[in-house]
Each structure stands twice: as C-alpha cells, then as structure tokens.
Design a protein around this ligand. Structure first.
Ligand SMILES: Nc1nc2c(c(=O)[nH]1)N[C@H]1C(S)=C(S)[C@@H](COP(=O)(O)OP(=O)(O)OC[C@H]3O[C@@H](n4cnc5c(N)ncnc54)[C@H](O)[C@@H]3O)O[C@H]1N2
Ligand code: MOO
Length: 407
C-alpha cells in the first residue's frame, strides 16, 4: 500500500460526495412509469392550474340563482358544459365534472328534493370542506412544485402526471461493476481447510442497488496476480461509472490493488480513512477509455469493513452521481456505552428501538464478521477523541433498509 495519511471520516464522506456530484451525467427524459428511484434534473413546474377547471366534488346539482331550479341538462366527468344562462335553472352534475359558468351553488343529491313539476330545491352545504374545487387552488400554472435534485417516488410521478407530463427530466442511473479479489475464496460449499466463502460477491451488488446503482459485471474471484487485477479493472472500465473491488487494499504478499491503480494512472481522492473498522478503504479516479470520469472504490477484504467502506465512500459518491443531496445524519440516543478509537472515528453497529430514537450496539461486530451487521439498523458514529456514554446524543448512520427488514 502506498503511504498515506488517513482522511478524517466526515471529510472522506464529503470528498466522495463532491466527487460524485462533479461527475453527474447529463439529463435524460424517462417515461413516468420508469422514473421511480431517479432524481429530477430540472425543477418540476406544473403545466396547468391544478385543478385545471372548476370541478364538482359531489354528485348533485349545479344551480344558478334562487330555488326552485329547473333542470336544463346534465354534465358528467369529462364533459365541457354550456354556461347556465338563466337564474332558476340547474344541471345535474357528477363528481369530477366541470362546473358550468355562472353556477352559484352546488347541491348534493341527498340534500335535494325534486317537486312534482320537476323543479329541484335544496340547500348547499356550508361546512369546512367545499363541495367544489377552484382552478389553481392546489397549484398555479408554472408554479415550481419540486426543485431539481428531488428523488422521484410514486407520489412525485403521480403529481407529474396530474400536471400534464408524460416523461421526466432525470439524471442517469450510475452503472457499477464489482471485482472480488482473493484466491482463498470459495463461491460455493462450506468453508474449511484455509478457504472461506466469498460473502461480498453475493451481497455487495444488493447494497449498490439500494444506493441507486445498476450492476453490470460481477467478476471473481479475480486471480491474485497484478496482471489479472489490471486486466479485470481495465475491462470493467468499458461499461462502469464505478468499479468496486473487494480485498487487496493492504500490502500483503498478494495485495495488488495499489500497484494496479498505479499502472492504470489512477489518482486517489481518498487513500485510507481514519475509521475503525475499515481504515484501508480508498476511492480513486481512473481514466476511462472515452475520457468520462470513472471511479474505483477499494473495499477492504474483511467483510464488515467492506460494508463500512460502502456506507462511508460509495453511498455519498452515488448520491452525488445521482444528483441527490447527501442525507444528514440523524441524532439518536446511545442505548449503551461505545468505546472510542483514539484519533479514529468508531462506527459501532447498533440496533434502533421501535421508536427509532435509541440505538444500542449489537454483538458479533468483529471486522471479519457479518452477524452483527445483519442484526443492526446502522452505525452509531463515535467521533475521534471521544467515547460515548449511555444516554448521550450521537449521530447515527443508517443502513439502506426498508421498514420491516429488522424486527
Ligand atoms: N500488517 C497489517 N495487516 C493488516 C492490517 C494492518 O494494519 N497491518 N490491517 C488489517 C485490516 S484493518 C484490514 S480491513 C485488512 C484489509 O485487507 P485487504 O483489503 O488487503 O484484504 P485481504 O487481505 O484480501 O483480506 C482480508 C480478510 O478478508 C477476507 N476476505 C477477503 N475478501 C473476502 C470476501 N469476498 N468474502 C469473505 N472474506 C473475504 C480474507 O480472506 C481475509 O481474511 O487487512 C488487515 N491486515
Ligand atoms: O479496519 Mo479493518 O478494516 O479492521 O478490518
């Protein structure tokens, strides 16, 4: 490994995020039905008043003037009604229908009576929720409803459709590749006799997807030679914006990542981070075949450390590449003490209580272990030079889990 000064953990996150943001791809138009999970590249402005026309919220009568009213027609949702031209007239109206011009009140069918002469009488409601909606009461034509950088979710898609869009201008999805290094790794069967199962090849793509990347190649184990490393990285550069590698970040006899990066003309953005576990992680910029910026995140081989490198460097980088904000870390209460790690940040795997306000460190958290990770909601962040005592407010770095994935 090249000599380097470990970068402060907070600074490493920021550097990774800024690097991603500076390399965000150009906007593309995506049909609404495919836009979930993307990020708006332009502000979303409504193409119409919302609602676009005066709309009835009830089934009943649109009336003009004083009762009784003579019915002169019917307007259903989807129709464009004639104006009511005379006092003492009404039209039957359906929920969602456009209210005729010169309507003075809307009467619910259940609040009306029709006399023997066919004329309608009744009282409009005066409650807090009106029985009709006025043009522009939800939004005015041209009003910005969401700024650029807004994550697109099903509700945003629904609003865009309501406003008149068929497609959205969004940032491209970053493309990731994974290269797993280590001749000792088995890809099937039970470990033993010096061999361990590759636990990163199967899990890292799923974390990357949750951070918003698509996964192209997953290759490994890549042979423990410098040539095989250089060749594997070079071929992943053809299609990936981000290459994640696992293992080989240190300077053991078969750790080839740093020499491979040197051979490929890479420049380090972060070369080791002052964090435990996970410190040998790195982020580099690698020249791609077409001049487009490519990134390589070197995740340490110890499996929990590899995930810490994902949450520390890869998640902020991908947030930037997707044009999103870097989510701030919420503050929680520490459920028990967390030891300091001297000048290094300590990321301690922890489970949240059902309120989500208290985080208690879990067991089985050695850097070679994954059991603690699979029982935690994220990491309590114990800052350099401090130790956390039960009851202290602490920053919490969540794993990208969905509700219900942890008891
Ligand atoms: N002399 C020193 N040795 C080590 C130090 C140190 O400071 N001085 N730091 C340790 C730390 S911390 C870490 S983390 C590891 C990082 O090492 P590498 O990134 O070079 O990873 P490897 O040596 O290839 O593997 C480490 C360990 O993890 C296992 N491994 C690797 N890949 C996988 C995988 N895909 N699935 C499951 N397990 C994997 C591998 O078998 C090793 O046991 O360096 C320490 N050493
Ligand atoms: O920091 Mo290593 O990354 O402890 O396993």
């Amino acid at each position: 490994m090249t000599e380097s000064t470990p970068v402060d953990w907070e600074l490493a996150r920021t550097l990774a995020y800024r690097a991603g943001l500076s390399a965000t791809g150009g906007a593309e138009q995506i049909p609404l039905g495919e836009a979930d999970g993307r990020t708006l590249a332009e502000p979303l402005r409504t193409l119409t008043d919302l609602p676009a026309f005066p709309t009835s919220s009830i089934d009943g009568w649109a009336v003009r003037g004083a009762a009784p009213w003579r019915p002169v027609g019917r307007v259903l949702a989807g129709g464009a009604p004639e104006p009511l031209t005379e006092d003492g007239t009404c039209v039957e109206i359906a929920t969602g229908a456009m209210v005729p011009d010169h309507t003075t009140a809307l009467i619910r069918v259940e609040d009306s009576v029709t006399g023997a002469d066919g004329r309608v009488s009744g009282e409009p409601r005066t409650g807090p929720v009106p029985d009709g909606r006025l043009p522009g009461e939800e939004a005015r034509l041209g009003e910005e409803l969401f700024p650029a950088g807004t994550p697109v979710d099903p509700a945003v898609i629904g609003v865009a459709a309501t406003c008149g869009y068929e497609s959205l201008s969004v940032y491209p999805v970053p493309r990731a590749a994974l290269l797993v290094f280590g001749d000792e790794l088995l890809t099937s069967g039970v470990p033993g006799a010096g061999r361990v199962r590759d636990s990163l090849g199967p899990q890292v793509p799923s974390w990357l997807r949750r951070y918003g990347a698509t996964i192209g190649t997953v290759t490994g184990p890549v042979k423990d030679t410098l040539t095989a490393h250089v060749d594997a990285i070079r071929s992943a550069l053809d299609t990936a914006d981000l290459i994640c590698t696992t293992g080989g970040t240190m300077n053991g006899p078969v750790d080839h990542l740093h020499p491979a990066l040197a051979e490929l003309g890479a420049t380090y953005l972060v070369n080791t981070v002052a964090v435990r576990p996970g410190f040998p992680m790195l982020l580099a910029r690698v020249p791609g075949p077409d001049g487009r910026p490519r990134f390589l995140a070197g995740l340490p081989g110890n499996p929990q450390s590899a995930v810490i490198a994902l949450v520390t460097l890869v998640a902020p980088l991908l947030a930037g590449l997707r044009g999103r904000a870097l989510p701030p870390l919420p503050t929680v209460t520490a459920g028990s003490d967390v030891a300091g790690r001297g000048d290094f940040t300590h990321l301690a795997l922890a489970a949240l209580d059902p309120t989500g306000r208290t985080a208690t460190p879990v067991g089985h958290v050695g850097s070679a272990m994954l059991r603690g990770l699979a029982n935690a909601h994220g990491f309590v962040v114990n800052r350099p030079g401090t130790r956390t005592t039960a009851g202290d407010p602490v920053p919490f770095l969540p794993l990208p889990l969905t509700p219900g994935e942890r008891p």
